[in-house]
Design a protein around this ligand. Structure first.
Ligand code: NAI
Ligand code: MG
Length: 356
């Protein structure tokens, strides 16, 4: 079977890591023999914006509809305001394609550096389900009396019953499937956010009632941040709003060795539209063009894409190949105290993959 993949390398290190992701996809396909990937590249991002005034083609959403999946590097450049680049491409695709689930595994691989000295791979292994199309990032709001002393900025969070129910339900399904502790942690802030998060907790309870075999825990997001450091081993599945999920997954990334390890899938579970896969990190302007970017997050992202496209195919070999490279310690980027280039790490992972 041939899968049509739309590739949006984007800006900065997005380009550098995407090339390695594609390399691993092709290696995986060559080993399997019965699948193929056909790539179409889109030069969208900040450079495109500076030339055309748009982050993506005006009919970009229409064009992307024909693909099986979208692989995205990262967007953002100091030459364009971040809210323009983010809303013009990334958030637009997530929302237009109703990719309402952002699935973010937090798993420490053997050989990856964990800042918690007394914790190991057996302690750090959970997933965050982040609501991905509404909430605090719905884009609703406005500015009045701009640049006057009485200036007001309003940013409204939007939570719908339909979407919240689907997100919660997916979290419980993931807990069932993982079968680790059969536990879902609800990340909230309903003490202060007396409408949105009270609603969020209510829907959580309603959906939990359908899964009596899954235990639940509800914690405020600030406490969850502390527990990530104090007792990461207690987590299995967490469900969080768009903003909270965004923040706690960078903290989660730190637990698993840094942003160079954090992968994500923006999922439309019904497959009405293509889903999009991207590393959690941004375009890292501070290291762009130097071959210093760690491509592991992107390689892991590609594995998530494969899991979504080929439901019953075993892709564990990709994680195994990454682990072998980490344990060997020869091909590591500077964030891991190595001196290898991005492409050398990608090559090393492909070599290991071929040997498995
Ligand atoms: P960032 O994730 O780009 O970088 C944060 C820090 O982590 C930097 O020191 C960077 O060098 C390092 N880092 C990130 N990925 C790395 C990798 N693969 N290997 C080694 N080091 C890595 O976040 P920052 O600095 O807040 O944002 C930079 C730009 O990226 C901004 O324009 C921002 O809007 C955009 N951004 C885009 C995202 C996306 O496309 N999904 C997500 C986050 C930020
Ligand atoms: Mg983020």
């Amino acid at each position: 079977k041939t899968f049509k993949i739309a590739v949006i390398p984007g800006d900065g290190i997005g380009n550098e890591v995407t090339a390695e992701g594609v390399k691993v996809l092709d290696t995986f396909a060559a080993i399997k023999g019965n699948i193929q990937f056909e790539y179409t590249y889109f030069p969208w991002g900040c450079e495109y914006y500076l030339k055309t005034g748009n982050m993506m083609d005006v009919n970009g959403i229409e064009v992307l509809k024909g693909f099986d999946a979208i692989l995205l590097g990262a967007v953002g450049d100091p030459s364009v305001a971040d809210h323009v680049s983010l809303h013009g491409l990334l958030l637009k695709i997530r929302q237009e394609f109703n990719q309402y689930i952002n699935l973010r595994p937090v798993k420490l691989l053997p050989g990856a550096p964990c800042p918690l000295k007394d914790k190991g791979p057996e302690d750090i292994d959970f997933v965050v389900i982040r609501e991905n199309v509404e909430g605090e990032y719905s884009g609703v709001g406005g500015i009045r009396f701009e640049n006057r002393p009485e200036e007001i900025a309003i940013q409204t969070a939007v939570f719908t019953r339909k979407n919240t129910e689907k997100v919660m339900d997916y979290a419980f399904k993931v807990a069932q499937k993982r079968n680790k502790f059969n536990k879902v942690t609800n990340v909230t802030k309903s003490n202060a956010l007396n409408y949105s998060m009270v609603f969020w907790d209510k829907i959580f309870k309603e959906i939990a009632a359908n899964y009596p075999e899954i235990s639940t825990e509800t914690n405020h997001v600030d406490a969850v941040s502390m527990y990530f450091l104090q007792r990461p081993e207690s987590f299995d599945v967490l469900v969080a709003s768009n903003l909270f999920g965004d923040i706690i997954t960078d903290l989660g990334a730190a637990l698993q060795g840094g942003l160079g390890f954090a992968a994500s899938g923006n999922l439309n579970l019904e497959k009405e539209f293509p889903s999009m896969f991207e590393p959690v990190h941004g375009s890292a302007p501070d290291i762009k063009g130097k071959g210093m970017a760690n491509p592991i997050a992107m390689v892991w992202t590609v594995k998530m894409m494969l899991d979504f496209l080929l439901e019953d195919e075993d892709t564990a070999a990709i994680i195994e190949a990454i682990t072998q490279v980490l344990l060997e310690g020869k091909s590591l980027t500077p964030d891991l105290k190595g001196s290898a280039k991005t492409h050398e790490v990608g090559d090393a992972i492909c070599e290991k993959l071929k040997g498995l």
